[in-house]
Design a protein around this ligand. Structure first.
Ligand SMILES: [Mn+2]
Length: 350
């Protein structure tokens, strides 16, 4: 890219690699794990094509904190490819990395950078200098947020544009099918605590893509908080959400300071996710199977289906709903699971 081009940043987060991807599966069935890897590759395509200048991963690279080395290598490979192509990659360790990606390996490449502690990376794109400040996921951040920012050393660094990279909840963020809104809590950053001086806060952790521009009192934030969201649906609470990643464009036209000129959400393909409510008491055990077959036949064969029984389930019905039996009656292209109504708030698992 030449010097007058705007700076383009690819923001991806919550890739949850390893989700439904057992290396030694006990059961042969379609797995969703490949969907996550496919979208990971799709999201990084602009970086493979060198159509962006830098990549930021907002955290939760993996689906949990303990992962096999094979998976780490599978996750690294595309990022190394990006870095090898000359596009630097910056990773914020998320809660699933236990706030430290198991990745001594990952720092082996000079263009792969990890916020393994509060720090600020300086990066030059053409004649624009960009400072990326960040820190790994921190619990109980409400009272330590300012200190963590100070610890990044951001104040000692002069740049055309400063970004804050985090894996945290900011108040006002919404999740779930009921639009649950995060408000007060030890793990939630107050909107008014976002300091001036950043072009934007680039964030992972909230799986629904969204941009926050005001706090709970409708006062403008000092910088927009941009969540690209997860690249695939990690729970049924996300079933209505579009998935994707974000491309930011930073321009300097007629403006002494660089500012965002474009924020584009790019959608990624996802399989339909469907919840089937089974009113057990209205069907005899003998009818349940036929009723389910009928429901399955009405769905896109690539659906990811959850069956939610309502009412008390008899032993016979339970057998119909056993995992092997559900697999035998659903098309093999579907993923079918059973979930009993739970008291857990939808959307609470990130
Ligand atoms: Mn996550």
């Amino acid at each position: 890219m030449n010097h007058s081009s705007p700076v383009r940043i690819l923001l991806i987060a919550d890739t949850h690699l390893g989700f439904d991807l057992p290396f030694r599966p006990r059961v042969q069935r379609r797995r969703r794990g490949t969907d996550f890897f496919d979208n990971y590759e799709r999201a990084l395509q602009p970086a493979f094509d060198r159509d962006v200048d830098l990549v930021i991963h907002g955290g939760d690279v993996f689906f949990r904190s303990k992962v096999p080395m094979t998976l780490v290598e599978m996750a690294m490979k595309p990022l190394i490819r990006v870095a090898e192509g000359g596009v630097p990659v910056y990773i914020v360790p998320g809660n699933h990395e236990r706030s430290r990606i198991p990745l001594h390996l990952w720092t082996a490449h000079p263009k792969l950078h990890i916020f393994d502690r509060p720090k600020t990376f300086l990066c030059a794109v053409g004649n624009t200098s960009i400072a990326l400040s960040g820190f790994p996921y921190a619990r109980r951040i409400r009272d330590t947020f300012h200190d963590l920012i100070e610890q990044t050393g951001v104040r000692e660094i002069t740049a055309d544009a400063h970004f804050l990279c985090v894996h945290q909840v900011v108040e006002g963020a919404q999740v779930g099918t009921i639009n649950y809104t995060f408000r007060a809590g030890q793990d939630i950053i107050r909107g008014r605590d976002i300091p001036r001086g950043f072009v934007a806060v680039l964030a992972g952790h909230i799986h629904r893509g969204q941009i926050l521009t005001q706090d709970l009192n409708h006062l403008p934030l000092a910088a927009p908080v941009i969540y690209p969201g997860s690249i695939e649906r990690t729970s049924f609470a996300e079933r209505h959400e579009e998935k994707g990643y974000v491309i930011l464009q930073l321009g300097r036209a007629a403006c002494p300071e660089a500012r965002l000129t474009e924020i584009s959400f790019v959608s990624l393909p996802t399989r339909p996710m469907v919840v089937i409510t089974l009113e057990v008491e209205r069907l005899s055990a003998g009818d349940v199977e036929g009723w389910l077959r009928e429901r399955f036949s009405e769905l896109d064969p690539n659906s990811v289906v959850q069956i939610k029984p309502l009412g008390s389930v008899s032993e016979n019905t339970l057998q119909v709903l056993s995992a092997p039996n559900l697999r035998s009656i659903a098309p093999t292209s579907m993923n079918v699971s059973l979930a009993f109504a739970s008291r857990q708030r939808e959307g609470s698992k990130m």
